[in-house]
Design a binder for this molecule. Structure first.
Ligand SMILES: Nc1ncnc2c1ncn2[C@@H]1O[C@H](COP(=O)(O)OP(=O)(O)OP(=O)(O)O)[C@@H](O)[C@H]1O
Ligand SMILES: O=C(O)[C@H](O)[C@@H](O)[C@H](O)[C@H](O)CO
Length: 197
């Protein structure tokens, strides 16, 4: 093996890239485009919520940590399955708190708590002002296309926490989605199993 190859992580092991942030920041839009660009699977966290969780949110009641745990565990398992096959996967999930992300990081069976850099589950956080987010969620709710009411945006913003030690890339959510995808692919290119880009 050439010296430079020794420095590169094994690309055959796959990478999970979780596009995270509050409701309406653009996670689903960006993660779906990222999956397309990489030619890999897409896990949409909203599809993994129980009926009870969705019903609760649609009544304007924020989920509790207890409500979220089984949901996060099912997402962890979905990530684990794909990484276990050596595939990349793009995930759209709010992942607002460090302890939620720690559940998702366990999708990498080798993950040791706190070893963020070597973990095969990476996070990119989309960030925008409360006004931009509220505008997007209101517009979407008015069009009747989504269960998440604008009244829950405040609770989402209040819960969002990132520990600087995690090294999470925070991206301006108001730039065009394709540019966010391009920058994300460039950031993780050396660690991806995908050769599509
Ligand atoms: N980069 C962007 N620039 C402008 N508008 C965007 C961008 N990304 C997404 N949007 C728009 O913002 C709205 C919310 O996007 P999206 O549904 O992807 O967000 P989300 O974070 O997945 O929301 P939720 O978590 O509530 O499902 C949509 O109407 C979408 O078209
Ligand atoms: O943790 C949460 O409160 C939920 O995941 C929400 O963030 C919604 O799922 C999503 O944002 C709406 O689509």
């Amino acid at each position: 093996m050439a010296g430079s190859d020794l420095l590169r992580p094994d690309p055959a092991t796959g990478l999970a890239i979780v596009i995270m942030g509050v409701s309406g920041c653009g996670k689903s839009t960006v993660a779906a485009m990222l999956a397309d660009a990489l030619g890999c699977g897409f896990v949409e966290a909203d599809d993994y919520h129980s009926h009870a969780n969705k019903e609760k949110m649609s009544r304007g009641v924020p989920l509790t940590d207890e409500d979220r745990l089984p949901w996060l565990e099912s997402l962890r398992d979905a990530i684990r399955e794909r990484l276990g096959r050596g595939e990349d996967v793009a995930v759209s999930c709010s992942a607002l708190r460090l302890k939620y992300r720690e559940v998702l990081r366990q999708g990498d069976i080798s993950y040791k708590p706190g070893s963020y850099e070597t973990c095969r589950v990476k996070f990119v956080c989309l960030e925008a002002s409360a006004e931009v987010i509220a505008g997007r969620v209101e517009r979407r709710a008015a069009e009747g296309g989504h269960f998440m009411p604008a009244s829950l945006v405040r609770s989402q913003l209040d819960l969002l926490e990132i520990d600087a030690a995690e090294g999470i890339t925070v991206v301006d959510a108001t730039v065009p989605a394709h540019a966010i995808v391009q920058a994300t692919v460039a950031q993780f290119r050396d660690e991806l199993a995908s050769t599509a880009c």
